[in-house]
Design a protein around this ligand. Structure first.
Ligand code: FAD
Ligand code: SIN
Length: 460
């Protein structure tokens, strides 16, 4: 089966949906997503979206905090562009119906949380369920658009480029081009050829590569692997961020205990009750998350204990339930009343700072292939992402990419697709075997029984 569209969006988190919402102003959009439409890292985001709104804050301070957290490896131009786009992105979300928490008694002002590494309160949030609120609002807005189709349970398995066309010889200097993706329709167990003039990769992160992770099951790095196999440049994959405080409990499944809990005064303690963060950083519990995660790891190695504890029992009970309804409810479900009990926590894999390299408009090195969100390496995060800068980067780059892609498609009036063969595993493997730079040594069988050449570069 073959479908044709103007824009193919792979992934339905904040990046994919924000792009779809804008791209549909310039053409037909198909969004493919590998489980139900809400299932994404976005849906589980707790803390919020960093953006400058406070009177004592400035773009310069947000940029400075981001560069410091990134350990000198961010691209300052990208950081500036994203930070400056922040307030406009938040306002757009409010316009489509996102209900962010307001300051108590000041209904016209956003409540701004504090998280590790931030020198000012600047985290816009919807209690501790920010991601769910954003995801649902974006979905509602996208579903109201007539020219956007969302295909659930559709897994993109390979980007369509010249290497799928038998005997295709690239001319000297000819770029690798993307004409969409082969997509597995799980229900029909059939691979669709999904042809598109412009493709956006928004497949999110890769936390599930680790046993202990805050990420849901969709986060398996598919987009990075597909882009790399197609010949795109990827970078900084070694910078995996560990969140310091995942719930340590048999039934906890690495549930995240938001950094906002420390922002509201949560104290880290050893099993003896002793505090320890003062030994590692003058910012104590509010040092950036790499510092806090390393400190916890160091203490656990010294003591041989399995976890440390996060204590918020000194905070007002009513406030805890109002500010952290999700965390309160989850902990209660495993027998912990966080208004009275310390929360057992350990670091867990949380975020991949690297990914598919893009320019400042979200363009990858493959023609007509854009990327945004956690799948990318835009230069925003460097070696370590500042808290709540991920949703911000994803939505800002969705906007930059959509603007660029809309311009591009308006100049593609005479565009036609080359003859693309239907998916054939055998054919692909044969044609790949003929290419000089092929490695399929790391191929594995995924849950659908399809053999993928994970991270295998393809030459055409
Ligand atoms: P995602 O939201 O992960 O969406 C990826 C989409 O791609 C999904 O729809 C998935 O099904 C789909 N997909 C994947 N592979 C395929 C495939 N092969 N074919 C088709 N579809 C595919 N960041 C913040 O800034 N603030 C926070 O408060 C915050 N809290 C977090 C809390 C948790 C528990 C977690 C896990 C992350 C948190 N983050 C936070 C990080 C942030 O949520 C993510 O980085 C961000 O949501 C990524 O958005 P995305 O659109 O790039 O990807
Ligand atoms: C959190 O709420 O601690 C997660 C924030 C983030 O990942 O930026």
């Amino acid at each position: 089966m073959e479908i044709k569209t103007d824009f193919l969006v792979i992934g339905s988190g904040i990046g994919g949906l924000s792009f779809a919402l804008k791209a549909c102003e310039a053409g037909e959009v198909v969004v493919v997503t590998k489980k139900e439409d809400t299932e994404s890292n976005t849906n589980y985001a707790q803390g919020g979206i960093a953006s400058v709104f406070a009177k004592d804050d400035s773009f310069d301070l947000h940029v400075e905090d981001t560069l410091k957290a990134g350990a000198g490896l961010c691209n300052p131009q990208v950081v500036k562009k994203v930070v400056q786009a922040g307030p406009r992105c938040i306002e757009e979300l409010i316009r489509i119906g996102v209900r962010f928490t307001k300051r108590r008694g000041k209904e016209e002002e956003l409540d701004l949380g504090l998280e590790g590494g931030h020198s000012r309160n600047r985290v816009v949030h919807a209690a501790d369920l920010t991601g769910k609120e954003v995801e649902n609002s974006l979905l509602r807005a996208v579903k109201a658009k007539k020219n956007v189709k969302i295909l659930e349970d559709h897994i993109a398995i390979d980007l369509i480029t010249q290497h799928h066309i038998k005997d295709y010889q690239r001319k000297p200097g000819e770029k690798i081009k993307c004409w969409g993706a082969y997509v597995l329709d799980k229900e029909k167990n059939q691979v669709i050829t999904c042809l598109s003039k412009i493709t956006l990769l928004a497949t999110g992160g890769a936390g599930r590569v680790y046993l202990h992770t805050t990420n849901p099951s969709i986060a398996t790095g598919d987009g990075i692997a597909m882009a790399y196999r197609a010949g795109a440049r990827v970078a900084n994959l070694e910078f995996i961020q560990f969140h310091p405080t995942a719930l340590y409990h048999q039934k906890g499944n690495s549930f995240l205990i938001s950094e906002a809990v420390r922002g509201e005064g949560g104290i880290l303690r050893l099993s003896s009750g002793e505090t320890f963060m003062e030994k590692y950083d003058p910012r104590r519990e509010l040092a950036s998350r790499d510092v806090v995660a390393r400190a916890i790891d160091h203490e656990l190695k010294k003591s041989g204990d399995r976890c440390v504890y996060l204590d918020i029992t000194h905070l007002d009970q009513k406030f805890i339930k109002l500010r952290f309804p999700n965390i309160y409810g989850k902990c209660l479900s495993v027998g912990l009343d966080i208004t009275k009990d310390w929360i057992p926590v350990v670091p867990a894999a949380h975020y991949i700072c690297g990914g598919v390299v893009t320019d400042m408009e979200g363009k990858t090195e493959i023609e007509n292939l854009y990327a945004c969100g956690e799948v990318t390496c835009t230069g925003m995060h460097g070696a370590n992402r500042l808290a709540s800068n991920s949703l911000l980067e994803a939505i800002a780059f969705a906007h930059f990419s959509a603007e660029s892609a809309k311009n591009k498609i308006s100049a593609m009036k005479d565009f036609s697709f080359p003859p693309i063969p239907p998916w054939s595993l055998e054919g692909v493997l044969i044609s790949r075997n003929g290419s000089s730079s092929l490695t399929i040594g790391t191929g594995y069988r995924n849950s659908c029984g399809i053999m993928w050449g994970s991270f295998a570069p393809i030459g055409v």
